[in-house]
Design a protein around this ligand. Structure first.
Ligand SMILES: C[S@@+](CC[C@H](N)C(=O)[O-])C[C@H]1O[C@@H](n2cnc3c(N)ncnc32)[C@H](O)[C@@H]1O
Length: 268
């Protein structure tokens, strides 16, 4: 599955605003007494997690940015680095070579908007591999399946239902956890003795946030079409009504996400 740099750029300010501050504070506090930190960011895209976290970590930072999309990696690699921060961009297919991404002198694993794309098996692999290395994990922006549109349209429920079904299809890691990732991932880390600090990180789009609403709703319409439960006429009718509301400055949306920071406790 590919993600365009334009889409990641459009969503980044909303992701940034949505990231749970208490969870970010927990990450910062875990490293506040260290002189330096080495981070691997899994599925880095253009580097939004680095940008969200860098000011909260010790000044001396080494980032390994991992993705399998070379175009996104090239953008991430060109991040202007202050002298105290090194950034290396590494092309890895995480579905195949997760272990390779985690090897070496890593002290913190980060990721965002990834865990809803992965399968239960891949999540188990991640949990096993990071637990074996005793690494803390900051995972942001996992979709939780709860989306609301204002004003309500009679077909919203059916479209969102189809989107949630689509979220569970294979995104390159096997059948995806989709909305289940938000609850399952923290639970799996607790099961191996991690302490988990978690909180909501919902996208909240106001009436003025027209471009991102339009992009998301177009994507939802495409997902509903693929799932096949609604007719094309129903989907086009729904999308037209929603676009009209956006154009009239009357559409608002909330899309649920969860962030967590999981740290090994050594009790297992
Ligand atoms: C929703 S984007 C999130 C990007 C970034 N973390 C962010 O929050 O902006 C998902 C990312 O996963 C990457 N990805 C998908 N499948 C992958 C795989 N098999 N191996 C490595 N990266 C993958 C995509 O290239 C994309 O950058």
């Amino acid at each position: 599955m590919s993600f365009s740099a334009d889409w990641l750029t459009l969503r980044e300010p909303f992701d940034r605003r949505a990231r749970n501050v208490a969870v970010l504070d927990a990450v910062a506090s875990a490293f506040s007494r260290r002189p330096s930190v080495s981070v691997v960011d899994l599925a880095c895209g253009t580097g939004s997690t680095l940008r969200a976290l860098t000011e909260r970590l010790p000044k001396t930072q080494a980032w390994r940015l991992v993705d399998n999309d070379l175009g996104l990696l090239a953008r991430a690699a060109s991040l202007a680095a202050p002298p105290t921060r090194t950034v290396s961009a590494v092309a890895i297919d995480l579905a195949r070579d997760l272990e390779f991404a985690l090897d070496g002198p890593i002290e913190l694993v980060t990721t965002s908007a990834l865990l809803d794309l992965v399968s239960q098996d891949w999540l188990e692999r991640l949990v096993t591999e990071v637990a074996a290395r005793g690494l803390p994990v900051y995972a942001a922006l996992s979709y939780d399946g709860l989306a609301t549109l204002d004003p309500v349209d009679p077909l919203d429920g059916a479209v969102i239902g189809a989107v949630n079904q689509h979220q569970r299809t294979d995104k390159g890691f096997g059948p995806a956890l989709g909305p289940a990732a938000a609850a399952t991932a923290p639970e799996r880390f607790r099961a191996v003795g991690y302490a988990v600090n978690e909180g909501p990180s919902d996208w909240v789009f106001a009436t003025k946030d027209a471009d991102i609403q339009r992009d998301i709703l177009n994507g939802w319409a495409a997902a509903a079409r693929e799932m096949g439960g609604l007719s094309i006429d129903e989907i086009i009718g729904w999308l037209t009504r929603r676009h009209d509301l956006i154009a009239a400055g009357r559409s608002a949306m909330r899309v649920g996400h969860v962030d967590f920071f999981a740290t090994p406790t050594g009790t297992r």
